[in-house]
Ligand binder design. Structure first.
Ligand code: ADP
Ligand code: ASP
Ligand code: MG
Length: 815
């Protein structure tokens, strides 16, 4: 025989009860099950709120009416008209009792745990009564069973302890007498010797099912709920959580003890003792296999099974020399807390024995502190102990799984994921059973931490990067287009999902933690009522507190640079095509690098030099592997390459520059290219990455422009000057051509010195054949000294630059 337990949502509406009936019809074809039911979803909470409200004088009439309405609506929809009235009458009797009870609480302004249990019992009594009547239309043998007459407990109201022997006898006896019946049993509630109602603890209907399962030696206990079984993490917090096909009892216990609400932890014990499998199934997707909890699970390759959390705890910290080497100290402490029924969630002690930290429910913290101060009064007076301190608003995150035992590196992975995301760990505990590693963190960081840890352990899943993008010009736009076009590929082949969580240009900004659609981002930004505000953008990026967060600067403005450091300090990686940051002062350059490193995040700027060409990365790889740069020679201005490659034959310089501008190869002001400033920045960044502490003023720039052109006040004046100086340029060209050479504007780093000069090179020079707007760079190093390492290709343009930013982005967190 099987036990089928249906949770709150499974009996929470007309539709779900219809589904439940279908599940029963299907199941009953084989054998009549025993059915255990919870209160309708939200009802237990409502009862708690009515009772607690009444103590402080709050009216409950409206809530009671709501409760009635929910039950009556179901009866009206699902019960034959002729059976409705008797059901209404029986329910109404319950509601009247409940009303009397609440009235009593309101009058006396007192709510004892005993009365509270009685109030709560109406949730299960009403729902089970209602469902058993409805079910009787299809299963005439259906009967309502009040579990308080069968499950016998002590009088610890709120969390009563079951007398298993007696209970099992009573259940067996009852079942024998009613073997032809189909039992619909109230979950959660029980009774003490005096016949008073007790409860088994919140979520306790699962436990009721296990108690019946054990008593009746059932072949299986099914827990029907509203999710696809036990998942790797709470699906409300981790969208990528997935269902676990199998768990051992211990794993299920650890996962549920630490917050995974899907099954009530004590449920495991009776099932474990009798080796009865527990199957967690989804009422709303009955075909799905769900999770089986049993003894022998197939070996799994994952080091952990899941991650669970408790989202609101307090810790108490005890410190002092009085504890060192004193064997009875912790004994005294914990007996005291046990005596006063303060439940300890987690304990850690430093190996110096100088401090003990333990976690409790927030409501218990103040009481625990007072008790400790009383118990250890003498030690406090003698300064052997410091006054205990309470820290609030904390959370526990625990990774759970039996495989952890044989797998080194689990805690390394956990702490790396937390550290990288700037989550401060306040305390750590690992049980010696090695089924669980728990950390205490700020409650504020919980969602971020949980998602980051989930990504870290379940690598075969997609890793999600949350990007905040500044700038929607050519590069920004192209990046979004590329991300949109390749999102499926990224997910399937690289297991990476990029969510654009924020976009800003100079006018507007827009945010969405679930990702801004890359089909409609322009409209979304346009329609946003948030005005652009760089500081506000950074604040939002920080406060959204998303895991694997990346700040992308696709602007050429000096303003965002001011916020890079703040981003690193908030454990946010930075990807930028903006050269201004790295080419400002050397101090600034090293601060970026060091701050990113200190916070364990990435700072990628491949597109600062040669757009998407792998130049920075190549140089870094050389340096990191112990090579040394002897010389770098480079042409890093696509604009100037284009100009010189077209400045031949009859062409005049003025017209070639004009054409370059018209074709979009120059900056809006072509002087920015021709003066060499942009080239200088790139050479400076390369020299710094090669290990030289240089400033911009150290770079020698030989201007290729005559004085009149340099002095021009406007773009028009500049073009006029180019025309007047035509002879100067023609002369350059002719003398090069005469010798079979070409003009090249070449940057060189040698012996720690950087110079950019105009040169005429012949066909033996590797830069002779450079075409179009290509860039070329040659590295002569200790290893590449006979023949240099050369990188060559298109070094400008939105497509290749955006592709470089794209590559940097998906490399974030890769190491
Ligand atoms: P029921 O009313 O059916 O007993 P519960 O609300 O007690 O249902 O438990 C189911 C809920 O548990 C799910 O809706 C889900 O939000 C939550 N939950 C928390 N952690 C997990 C987890 N690791 N796996 C599945 N569900 C979880
Ligand atoms: N109705 C009870 C609760 O909400 C018991 C349960 O649903 O398991 O805690
Ligand atoms: Mg539950």
């Amino acid at each position: 025989m099987k036990i089928l337990k249906f949770g709150g949502t499974s009996v929470g509406s007309v539709a779900s009860i219809q589904t439940l009936l279908n599940i029963l019809k299907n199941e009953a074809k084989a054998e009549k099950p025993v059915v255990v039911l919870s209160a309708m979803s939200g009802v237990t909470n409502l009862l708690v709120s009515m009772a607690e409200g009444a103590v402080i004088g709050n009216e409950f009439t409206a809530q009671l009416a709501e409760l009635e309405r929910r039950h009556f609506d179901v009866v009206k929809s699902l019960l034959d008209i002729q059976h409705q009235n008797p059901a209404f009458t029986r329910l109404k009797i319950h509601f009247n009792h409940l009303e009397d009870l609440l009235q009593g609480i309101l009058t006396l302004k007192e709510l004892t745990p005993k009365t509270r249990d009685l109030v709560l019992s109406y949730g299960e009594r009403c729902s089970t009564l209602m469902v058993s009547k409805i079910a009787a239309q299809y299963f005439p043998e259906a009967i309502f069973v009040d579990a308080s007459e069968l499950i016998k407990t002590d009088s610890a109201f709120g969390q009563a302890k079951v007398n298993m022997e007696l209970t099992e006898q009573l259940i067996r006896g009852f079942q024998k007498e009613n073997s032809d019946k189909m039992l619909f049993v109230t979950g959660f509630i029980a009774g003490n010797d005096a016949g008073q109602i007790t409860t088994l603890g919140r979520g306790g209907s699962d436990y009721t099912a296990a108690i019946f399962g054990s008593a009746l030696n059932s072949q299986e206990i099914q827990i029907w709920t509203d999710v696809n079984g036990m998942m790797t993490a709470d699906p409300r917090l981790v969208k990528k959580a997935f269902s676990l096909p199998e768990l051992t009892y211990t794993e299920a216990m650890e996962l549920s003890y630490f917050g995974a609400k899907v099954i009530y932890p004590p449920t495991m014990i009776p099932a474990f003792l009798k080796k009865i499998p527990i199957v967690i199934k989804n009422t709303f997707e009955p075909e799905f296999e769900g999770t089986v909890i049993r003894h022998d699970c197939k070996a799994s390759t994952l080091p952990i099974k899941g991650i669970s959390t408790i989202n609101n705890i307090s810790i108490l910290n005890l410190e002092g020399s009085g504890m060192v080497g004193k064997s009875g100290f912790s004994g005294r402490l914990f007996s005291l807390l046990a005596r006063e029924q303060i439940n300890i969630i987690l304990i850690t002690q430093s190996s110096s024995e100088h401090s003990i930290t333990f976690a409790v429910q927030p409501d218990d913290a103040e009481r625990a502190k007072t008790l400790i101060e009383q118990e250890f009064e003498l030690e406090l007076l003698a300064n052997k102990l410091e006054k205990p301190a309470i820290e609030r608003s904390l959370a526990v995150l625990a990774v759970v799984g039996e495989n952890m035992k044989q797998t080194p590196g689990v805690s390394g992975k956990l702490f790396h994921a937390l550290g990288r995301n700037g989550v401060n760990v306040r305390a750590i505990a690992q049980g010696s059973s090695e089924y669980n590693i728990s950390v205490i963190i700020s409650a504020h960081d919980l969602a971020k931490a949980l998602n980051a840890v989930h990504d870290a352990f379940f690598v075969e899943l997609t890793k999600t990067l949350h990007a905040f993008c500044l700038g929607t010009g050519n590069i920004g736009k192209t990046l979004f287009k590329q991300l949109n076009a390749h999102s499926d590929f990224l997910q399937e082949k690289n297991g990476i999902q990029v969510k654009i969580a924020g976009i800003s240009n100079t006018r507007k900004m827009v945010f969405n933690a679930d990702g801004i659609s890359l089909d409609t981002w322009e409209d979304d930004l346009q329609a946003s009522d948030e005005k652009a505000d760089l500081k506000g953008f950074i604040e939002r990026m920080k406060s959204m507190n998303l895991p694997n967060c990346v700040f992308i600067d696709n602007t050429a403005s000096p303003k965002p640079i001011e916020f890079y450091e703040e981003a690193f300090k908030s454990n946010i990686s930075v990807v930028t095509c903006n050269k201004i940051g790295n080419s400002a002062s050397y101090k600034q350059y090293t601060t970026f690098r060091d701050t990113a490193r200190q916070h364990g995040v990435d700072f990628f700027y491949e597109t600062n030099v040669g757009a998407g060409l792998p130049i920075i990365r190549t140089l870094k790889d050389l340096m990191n592997s112990g090579d040394r740069v002897q010389r770098i020679e480079a042409i890093l201005s696509g604009t100037i390459s284009f100009i010189f490659n077209n400045f031949k034959g009859d062409a005049n310089f003025h017209d070639v520059v004009k054409m370059a501008q018209e074709k979009g190869y120059t900056e809006p002001d072509p002087r920015d290219d021709l003066r060499g400033t942009d080239f200088m920045r790139k050479m400076l960044i390369l020299a710094r990455d090669a290990g030289y502490a240089l400033e911009a003023s150290d770079v020698e720039i030989e201007s290729m422009l005559p004085k009149a052109c340099l002095d021009a006040q406007s773009v028009d004046d500049f073009y006029a000057a180019l025309k007047t100086e035509d002879a100067f340029f023609a002369n350059l060209k002719n003398s090069a051509e005469q010798d079979g050479k070409v003009l090249r504007y070449i940057g060189k780093l040698e012996d720690g010195k950087v110079a950019i000069t105009l040169q005429m090179v012949d066909e033996n020079h590797p830069f002779f054949t450079l075409s179009g707007s290509d860039n070329i760079i040659s590295f002569t190093t200790d290893r590449y000294k006979e023949r240099p390492l050369v990188v060559k290709g298109p070094g400008a343009g939105a497509e290749v630059t955006a592709a470089g930013v794209f590559a940097d982005l998906i490399n974030v967190g890769a190491n």
